[in-house]
Design a protein around this ligand. Structure first.
Ligand code: ATP
Ligand code: MG
Length: 635
């Protein structure tokens, strides 16, 4: 399927993979239904999402599907009432899913805990009662500083159940970040754990909490609820700190669910902070619920027999939407793993897939590259034949990691769903469906009901094959309702190019409507007047057989305006193939030239053992740029 080339654009990926006939026959959304979904969404955008909303239970129906009278403020399902926990948990207790496994948790040491929907429901109710007894109510923020353990899921749901707002702070963040988030949220209650295990070590989380709260605002975190996970030695401060298990012991296994207006907040969540300071994104009960449920049912094609393994920490949007809410809203079984993905060795994730018979594996490019580096023998030595769908999110996967995932994890038999979305979008926006033709490195088309486009600075659509800014032309139910306490920053998403949501990514769309993410708009290289995304240069580098990982930044150049500098993590055998680092670097430069054409000039190559990353595992090009400006660490 050829695409129109522009000077400087890389050659189009020409491999196309078709789904197996059985995948098409059994899919939740079959080809004719997908055509109909696109038709309906184009003809009646709110009507499409109204149908999706009707798949869930509401205590009161909406007055309108969408209130768009005050852009850029959009309100989905105004007048409607529900609670996401009613749909994710309460309703299962009255149907067959009651005794189905909701959650399979595996600790790093190999310990395992399983919860049916009924058991999860009861535990959530106990904590909901305890939080109410602590004075937490509708609209109050509860801060969660939690490792990946079952109580984390319980705490999210219990908070939402009583109408409070969970503000998750990923357990890898340091004390200062925790303090800032607790202060910002004005959270009276913080839920945490004594610690957890990662990479064979006991991480004392409570010590970080104590440090973070030491100079927090006096009116926040009056109560700290501590889950005993490790039994490690911690300092319990009276009367602030209470053990979770002590609190729950007295509570009833039944608790009323607070019925919320659709637009009321469900959670605040920081973005990954790849481009700067993280932004606290706000999501609501109604719209977010519809987005999470609908995309999980259709894109992830969830069936009653599925076991979904989402490797993302619950503290990221991927964990929120496709590790907790999406699966529970659809009555699925989800696997949560506590520890390091390579502990005690590189077959840990394949071993988990084998042990529980996971059918869907949803990971990040960083993780997939990590597995690649250790080699295909690890997944090969495990029976992972239960898998039927693979997914990726968070960064460009690139054709070579795509192929590796497809071949070595998917046995050339499982569609790869490379899903593009953001903390702000709340739900997948661009993605192949299981029945789609797949192009390695592409995130597929815009999903039905999603109006994505690639435009120039003035908002004019660019022709196929050319790069431009990725924008979203119409509101969608999973969208953020705001940024915590910062209306101006929220409005800014819609002001860069008036009338559309500016995603901040650079992309191309080919003639089939497939999107190719080229990197962050902020990171774009401008070489001799050609805009080149970092992702494409990085993918070209990663296709070299001695490159395990790569990051690219721009360097100013008098003649070309800008040239590229590459930071490369070599695979271990490179020294056997080259006389020295110079010889390796010049081969890498020649390789990029061959792959992308002479326009893409890589001026310098630095070899690194690893690349700086965000807590969610994304490459921090701004750190590399800062380092470079400060004099650089050349190899
Ligand atoms: P911040 O907004 O704080 O700079 P962030 O954008 O990394 O951080 P997230 O919301 O976690 O925070 O990530 C969304 C971004 O991740 C997208 O804008 C995009 O750049 C990237 N991304 C997500 N999924 C994909 C994908 N499938 N392919 C390529 N890039 C992706
Ligand atoms: Mg972002």
């Amino acid at each position: 399927m050829p695409t129109t080339e522009t000077p400087g654009a890389p050659p189009a990926e020409e491999r196309v993979f078709r789904p197996a006939p059985s995948t098409v026959i059994e899919a939740n959304v079959k080809p004719a239904e997908l055509v109909e979904a696109y038709r309906l969404a184009a003809a009646d955008h709110p009507g499409y999402w109204e149908q999706a909303a009707l798949e869930l239970e509401w205590h009161r129906k909406w007055d309108a599907v969408l209130d768009d009278s005050r852009p850029p403020v959009y309100r989905w399902f105004p007048g409607a009432r529900t609670n996401i926990v009613h749909n994710a948990l309460d309703r299962h207790v009255h149907i067959w899913t009651k005794n189905k496994l909701a959650l399979i948790w595996e600790g790093e040491a190999g310990d395992c805990r399983k919860f049916t929907y009924f058991e999860l429901y009861r535990e959530v109710n106990r904590l909901a009662g305890a939080l109410r007894a602590l004075g937490v109510g509708r609209g109050d923020r509860v801060c969660l500083y939690m490792p990946p353990i079952p109580e984390t899921v319980v705490a999210m749901l219990a908070t939402a159940k009583i109408g409070a707002v969970h503000v998750f702070v990923f357990a890898g963040y340091a004390a200062k970040f925790l303090r800032e988030r607790v202060n910002e949220a004005g959270a009276k209650v913080l839920v945490t754990a004594d610690g957890f295990y990662r990479g064979g070590k006991l991480i004392n989380l409570k010590a970080v909490v104590d440090e973070g709260l030491a100079d927090a605002r006096p009116d926040v975190a009056e109560t700290v609820v501590v889950v005993r996970r490790t039994g490690g030695d911690i300092d319990m401060q009276e009367p602030r700190d209470l053990y979770y298990h002590d609190l729950l012991r007295q509570e009833s296994p039944e608790a009323a669910t607070e019925i919320m207006e659709a637009g009321e907040p469900l959670f605040w969540l920081p973005t990954s902070g790849t481009t700067g300071k993280p932004k606290s994104v706000v999501h609501s009960h109604g719209g977010y619920m519809v987005g999470a449920h609908h995309t999980f049912r259709t894109v992830f094609d969830i069936k009653p027999t599925d076991i979904h393994f989402c490797t993302a920490d619950p503290g990221w949007i991927t964990g929120h939407t496709y590790g907790v809410y999406g699966p529970l809203l659809t009555g699925a079984t989800v696997i949560l793993y506590e520890g390091h993905p390579l502990y005690p060795q590189a077959d840990r994730l394949p071993a988990i897939i084998e042990r529980y018979g996971a059918t869907i594996f949803y990971a990040t490019p960083t993780l997939i590259r990590m597995l690649m580096r250790y080699g295909p023998q690890y997944p090969k030595n495990r029976d992972i034949s239960t898998l039927r769908l693979l997914g990726s999110v968070g960064e460009p996967l690139g054709p070579d990691a795509w192929m590796w995932l497809y071949k070595h994890i998917g046995r050339s038999n499982c569609p790869v769903l490379d899903t593009w979305w953001q903390t702000e979008t709340g739900m997948a926006m661009l993605s192949p469906m299981p029945i789609s033709l797949l192009k390695p490195g592409s995130v597929g088309k815009a999903l039905p009901g999603v109006a994505a486009d690639v435009v120039d600075e003035d908002g004019r659509p660019v022709p196929p094959g050319q790069s431009g800014f990725l924008v979203l032309g119409k509101p969608w139910p999973g969208m953020l309702t705001g940024l915590a306490g910062d209306d101006a920053a929220y409005a800014a998403y819609w002001e860069k190019i008036p009338g559309v949501y500016f995603a901040g990514d650079l992309a191309r769309r080919d003639e089939d409507g497939y999107f190719w993410i080229q990197g962050r708009a902020d990171d774009v290289l401008n070489i001799a007047g050609h805009r080149i995304g970092t992702a494409e240069v990085e993918a070209a580098l990663c296709s070299h057989r001695f490159v395990a990982d790569a990051a690219v930044i721009g360097l100013p150049d008098k003649i070309k305006g800008e040239v590229a500098k590459a930071f490369v993590v070599p695979s271990p055998q490179w020294q056997e193939a080259y006389a020295d680092a110079d010889a390796f670097a010049s081969d890498l430069r020649a390789h990029v030239r061959r792959e992308l054409g002479p326009i893409v000039i890589v001026r310098a190559v630095a070899l690194r053992e690893s690349l700086p990353r965000t807590h969610s595992g994304k490459i921090l090009r701004r750190v590399l740029r800062e380092e470079e400006e400060a004099g650089g660490k050349l190899f």
